[in-house]
Structure formats: structure tokens, C-alpha cells
Design a protein around this ligand. Structure first.
Ligand code: ATP
Ligand code: MG
Length: 230
């Protein structure tokens, strides 16, 4: 098992291929302090999702090391690693049940008050209260009654309640209405406090707010810095 994680994340000379003879990532190096927010940007096929796949140990690196608080993640039980990580992919996983049970997904023991508090912090409360039965509204398997942005807001509340030290977010690319966009922008800031986050960023607000932007192209990090620096 993993000791209490602080959230320092390091990639050391990381190389990776999905298939033989086709290198996808080459010599990736970075190190971030706990609490850093990192935006990954770059063209399609550049390797952004692959970096995240390696951090969450969806795949194991073939070259180099991925370290959390200085510990090689290969030496950690997958289950205890994943407990420290909140992963929010574009196609947010919702299941049929109430909004409340979806928020409590990773923390079924949480109280309704805690879940509502989490939703408020990530700016999801208002739209939930506008649903026919508020938190008791039933949503179907893929959350089709909800917009992509609304689904992402629910996933923010879920992630906050689970309280992981490391957050991984693949931002939704689809167009989002202004109101939801603003809620997402504010909600994300609330969610990031005190965590290390890696966000595949599509929204300018996310990129501007990141402590570090890494521009990935063709399997390498070709530029890094703050929004003002780049
Ligand atoms: P996008 O912005 O389109 O999501 P990305 O930067 O996330 O792109 P990756 O998904 O990391 O890019 O893909 C990097 C490269 O790896 C691409 O050439 C892609 O075709 C290839 N690739 C991704 N997943 C796999 C896989 N499971 N098996 C084989 N090749 C893959
Ligand atoms: Mg991707």
C-alpha cells in the first residue's frame, strides 16, 4: 500500500510505444510539486492522453520511470495508486440512478450534506437544483438527459467528494453554453485547490489558470511555461 500521498509527480526519461517499432513518447521529463496544476496542450495524436495513461498506470512505461512522491508507481499496488487519483475523462461515466448517488459513487458512506457541499464548491448545485427532482432526479445510463458540460460538473462534484491528491482531467471539447462554461471554469478552480492536476486542456480559461502549460508535439514536450511566458 501507498503511504499518504502528497502529490509530487515526476516523469524521468519516459519512453513508450503501444506497438513495436512505433515510438509514441520519447524522453519525457518533468517534475512538479504537490498542488501544481499542469495543462497539457498540443495537436491531435501528439501523445497527451498517452502521458495521462502512463500516470494512471493504464499502461506501464517501457523506458524510464514515473514517480509519485519519489516512489516508482510500478512498485505500488494498482488499487492503492488509483485511490489517490481522480480520473475524469471526456465521456464522463454516469450510471442510472439519482444525481445524488452518482456524486457519491466513490464515497457511498458520504452524507447528503457532504455531497451537496461538494456540488456547491464545484458550481454544480445550481443546475442540479433546476432539475425536476433536484438531487433525487434519476438520470439514465449515459446521462443523456444532461449536456456534456453538466455531466462534467457532476464528475467534478464526485471527484471533490472522493478527495484524491492527484487529479486527471480530459476536458470536454464539445461546445458548451456560456452559463455552464462559467460554472465549469469556477468549479474547476474550486476542485483543484490542494491537489496536483494534469488537465488535457481545451478551454482558454483552464490554460490561463494553469501553473504550467506543457506543449506536446509528436511525442515530446516541445515547450513549457506559464500562459504569459509562452
Ligand atoms: P488527441 O488530442 O486527439 O486526443 P493525443 O495527444 O491525446 O491526441 P494520444 O491519444 O496520446 O494523442 O495518441 C498518441 C499516438 O498514439 C497517436 O498516434 C495514436 O494513434 C497512438 N495511439 C493511441 N492509443 C493507442 C492504442 N491504444 N494503440 C495503438 N496506438 C495508439
Ligand atoms: Mg487524447
Amino acid at each position: 500500500p501507498m503511504p499518504e500521498v502528497k502529490g509530487a509527480v515526476e516523469f524521468k526519461n519516459v519512453g513508450f510505444s503501444y506497438e513495436e517499432d512505433k515510438k509514441i513518447l520519447d524522453n519525457i521529463n518533468f517534475r512538479f510539486q504537490p498542488g501544481s496544476s499542469i495543462a497539457l496542450v498540443g495537436p491531435t495524436g501528439a501523445g497527451k492522453s498517452t502521458i495521462i495513461n502512463l500516470l494512471s498506470r493504464f499502461y506501464d512505461v517501457q523506458e524510464g520511470e514515473v514517480l509519485i512522491d519519489g516512489i516508482n508507481i510500478r512498485e505500488v499496488q494498482l488499487e492503492s495508486l488509483r485511490k489517490q487519483m481522480g480520473v475524469m475523462l471526456q465521456d464522463t461515466f454516469l450510471f442510472s440512478g439519482t444525481v445524488m448517488s452518482n456524486i457519491k459513487y466513490a464515497r457511498p458512506d458520504a452524507t447528503d450534506e457532504e455531497a451537496i457541499e461538494a456540488a456547491k464548491t464545484v458550481c454544480a448545485h445550481e443546475f442540479i437544483m433546476n432539475m425536476p427532482n433536484g438531487y433525487q432526479t434519476e438520470i439514465n445510463e449515459r446521462g443523456t438527459r444532461l449536456s456534456i458540460g453538466e455531466r462534467q460538473l457532476i464528475s467534478f462534484a464526485r471527484a471533490l467528494l472522493a478527495d484524491p491528491k492527484i487529479l486527471i482531467l480530459d476536458e470536454a471539447t464539445s461546445s458548451i453554453d456560456t452559463r455552464t462554461e462559467l460554472a465549469l471554469q469556477r468549479g474547476l478552480q474550486g476542485l483543484l485547490v490542494g491537489r496536483t492536476s494534469f488537465i488535457i486542456a481545451h478551454r482558454l480559461s483552464t490554460i490561463k489558470n494553469a501553473h504550467c502549460i506543457m506543449y506536446v508535439d509528436n511525442g515530446s514536450i516541445v515547450e513549457r511555461g506559464t500562459h504569459d511566458e509562452l
